[in-house]
Design a protein around this ligand. Structure first.
Ligand code: PGA
Length: 254
């Protein structure tokens, strides 16, 4: 691993403000402070728990991320949350284009590109999520699908900004399924992602989709894989801390 590892917990629609405080306390106890010297560790709670997580991580090196952002700055967009609103809590990262947002909220590539630009305009770092369906996977179309999504997401973005972004390759069929992609296959799709847009060769590219303590070491041993976007396993402090530890060891071994 040549870039600084990056482990992010995507809590999805789990945790109230109160339960989030408890989970953060457990995560703080489970991750030894020296780990942060070599790994970026980010928590992405639901919007309503951002304030309590911001408070609960104070004094630690845990960092805050959100799960989405509006493409708009302000205005008559009922139910939406803007970049300046996220910044108020000390948010640094935003997951953009998660497959659940694409599928359930009909977010399309053009909107995702607008969200990426809005993040970068405000100094927020987008974690751009891409992935292929099971049908595309078996048809051998994974690379074509994800490189298309990546080109659209970064359309018109300067390579200096592209390089600051984070990409999460998350095959849809692996998310929440209990079975991850193979390390070799994930690494080869990520290699294709890196060559799709200038600047991505220096950006952090993560794997996501059923990453857990049992498979994290093998995935993170791939030089192309700089970390993970973790769903289910990030809701358990012990599992999440073990994945962070695998990332730390992967740097030490490289
Ligand atoms: P999972 O989710 O780790 O539960 O598969 C990953 C994600 O959707 O970001």
């Amino acid at each position: 691993m040549t870039r600084r590892p990056f482990i992010a917990g995507n809590w999805k629609m789990h945790q109230t403000g109160a339960s989030a405080r408890v989970l953060v306390a457990e995560i703080r106890a489970a991750i030894p402070p020296h780990s942060y010297a070599n790994v970026d560790v980010v928590l992405c709670p639901p919007y309503t728990a951002l304030a309590s997580v911001a408070q609960a991580i104070a004094g630690s090196e845990l960092q805050l991320g959100a799960q989405d952002v509006s493409a708009h700055e302000w205005g008559a967009y009922t139910a939406q949350i803007s970049a300046p609103m996220l910044l108020e809590f000390g948010t640094r990262y935003v997951i953009v284009g998660h497959s659940e947002c694409r599928a359930y909220f009909d977010q399309h590539d053009e909107q995702i590109n607008a969200k990426v630009r809005r993040c970068l305009q405000h100094g927020l770092i987008p974690i751009v999520a891409v992935g292929e369906t099971h049908e595309e996977h078996v048809a051998g179309k994974a690379r074509e699908r994800v490189t298309g999504q990546i080109r659209e997401a970064f359309a018109g973005v300067a390579s200096g900004d592209v390089e600051r972004a984070v990409v999460a390759y998350e095959p849809l069929w692996a998310i929440g399924s209990g079975t991850s992609d193979t390390p070799e296959q994930a690494a080869s799709v990520i290699a294709a992602i890196r060559s799709a847009v200038p600047g991505l060769e220096r950006a952090r590219c993560l794997y996501g989709g059923s990453m857990k303590p049992e498979n994290a070491a093998a995935l993170l041993a791939q030089p192309e894989i700089d970390g993970g976007l973790i769903g289910g396993a990030s809701l358990n402090a012990h599992s999440f801390a073990q994945i962070v530890d695998h990332a730390r060891k992967a740097v030490a071994a490289s």
